[in-house]
Design a protein around this ligand. Structure first.
Ligand SMILES: Cc1cc2nc3c(=O)[nH]c(=O)nc-3n(C[C@H](O)[C@H](O)[C@H](O)COP(=O)(O)OP(=O)(O)OC[C@H]3O[C@@H](n4cnc5c(N)ncnc54)[C@H](O)[C@@H]3O)c2cc1C
Length: 445
């Protein structure tokens, strides 16, 4: 029997969820039962796995167990960029090796198309999933150079992009802060909490049973089934998909192979009509930073009002817990980044500050595949979890169902996540890389 000692920790509010009307509630698991399939975790990977299982097995019983409420975890806390193109966070300008980037782009698009067809089938609200593209925004000459290098790399991949000058950037965002930008059309922008809620709601209508506030605390392989225990009851099932991202380590797999990072973000209060006017620009846009360690900024308008969301700062947290005081400290940095970009919104304060976990591996591969008879992993999304989570969720469902596909083969052919160096070397190394990267990012932060 394995006892799961660490449970998810999500500091601060799930702001994207808080700005929406009240969420539908799902029950928690109170009685013992059986199921044909159990998916643990209701993030991008878990929901995609359940959706793919439903397509492959229309009549089977499928259960999702989620430790928290739907959209309260990292899947509802991110910046909402579903990026199709290479987005290698370990390179300053996101560029990776050519052939790997071609394959990754194809697989990313497969995942985004899957999300889009679910959004159509389940009739998502318009702002939950929009194929609007995104801009790599450059605030420095070095950032402009990163964009030019990235544009050259895109050309070698036969991918189109548009370079934007300062004036065009101002027309989009209302700020003079940026010297240039690089627009690519294939990114889908999601309202992450709305996307997750509406995907879960669609699955529930499709007969998938969702239990919230039902953390798995123990699991064990019996002769013919896995027994999965929550605080109040147990489910027996022949097949389990673990879609718990970095917490797969808490389940006893991929130990000391995963890099646990927390990212931090803040969201303004609603902008008033006069503030919207003084800001100018377009009502919705998304900027990733030209330097990977810089600041991601989004302007949103929709059912949660007109707001700006700022994301920067990261910490290395092998314990999967963070010190809550970090939120105040990083909130001040977010306010500074916001004020530098939008001096005309001097009176606008941040209403929400939060953090969320993501999981990387040193060699940028997923924690994927059958770990034991009937137990499959769909974890470690390497910074692009909206897309790669969706992808490994689809592929885990296919593998568990005995299906074959080109993308499954390539994912299974990847090596395992590399081992981490021993502590304290790993912590010292990770912190040094992050702090140095932030320092070098300069005005991009
Ligand atoms: C501030 C921020 C900004 C980000 N921006 C982006 C972005 O713009 N684009 C992008 O692609 N990615 C972004 N990310 C990363 C992205 O959110 C994650 O990589 C993604 O959520 C991973 O999806 P997942 O389904 O693998 O894992 P998660 O979303 O972490 O889902 C795993 C689920 O498992 C549950 N769980 C864990 N343990 C248990 C247990 N014992 N029992 C039951 N359930 C359990 C958790 O509660 C959680 O809901 C960002 C992250 C943060 C924090």
């Amino acid at each position: 029997m394995t006892i799961i000692k660490r449970q998810p920790y999500d500091p601060g509010p799930a702001a994207w969820n808080s700005i929406l009307p009240e969420a539908p509630q799902y029950p928690h698991l109170e009685e013992n039962r059986t199921a044909d399939w159990v998916v643990i975790g209701a993030g991008f990977a878990g929901l995609a796995a359940a959706k793919r299982l439903r397509q492959l097995h229309p009549k089977d019983s499928i259960v999702i167990l989620e430790a928290r409420q739907i959209a309260h975890g990292p899947a509802g806390r991110n910046s909402g960029f579903m990026i199709d193109l290479p987005h290698n966070l370990s390179a300053q300008d996101y560029v990776g090796e050519l052939n790997a980037d071609v394959l990754q782009t194809k697989m990313n698009r497969h995942a985004i198309n899957f999300a889009e067809s679910a959004s159509k089938e389940y009739e998502f609200s318009k702002e939950a999933f929009v194929r609007s593209g995104k801009i790599n925004a450059a605030a420095t000459a070095k950032g402009v150079k990163h964009n030019l290098d990235y544009a050259t790399h895109l050309k070698s991949l036969h991918e189109a992009c548009d370079l934007l000058d300062q004036q065009q950037m101002r027309e989009i965002c209302g700020s003079d802060y940026y010297q240039g930008g690089l627009f690519t059309a294939g990114t889908a922008m999601i309202q992450p909490a709305l996307f997750v809620r509406e995907l879960a709601a669609g699955l529930a209508k499709d007969g998938v049973t969702i239990y919230e506030n039902s953390a798995v605390i123990e699991f064990e392989k019996k002769t013919s089934a896995w027994e999965i225990k929550t605080a109040k009851a147990t489910i027996s099932t022949p097949k389990v998909i673990l879609a718990v991202n970095g917490h797969i380590e808490s389940f006893g797999y991929f130990k000391r192979r995963l890099v646990h990072i927390y990212l931090y973000a803040s969201m303004t209060r609603k902008l008033s009509e006069s503030e919207i006017k003084s800001l100018g620009g377009e009502a919705n846009w998304g900027f990733t930073p030209a330097d990977a360690m810089g600041t991601t900024v989004r302007r949103i308008s929709g059912m949660g009002g007109n707001r700006i969301v700022v994301r920067n700062q990261m910490t290395y947290n092998p314990s999967l817990k963070v010190d809550k005081s970090k939120l105040d400290k990083f909130g001040i940095k977010h306010q500074q980044s916001f004020k530098a970009r939008f001096p005309q919104l001097n009176a606008v304060t941040m209403e929400h500050q939060w953090g969320g976990a993501l999981c990387l591996s040193r060699n940028s591969v997923a924690a994927f595949g059958e770990q034991e008879d009937g137990l499959f992993a769909a974890c470690c999304q390497n910074g692009l979890g909206t897309v790669q989570g969706t992808l490994v969720g689809i592929l885990a469902a296919e593998q568990a169902s005995g299906q074959d596909s080109e993308y499954l083969k390539s994912t299974l052919a990847q090596s395992q996540p590399n081992h981490l160096p021993p502590e304290p070397i790993a912590s010292i190394g990770a912190n040094a890389v992050m702090r140095w990267g932030e320092f070098k990012a300069g005005r991009e932060l």
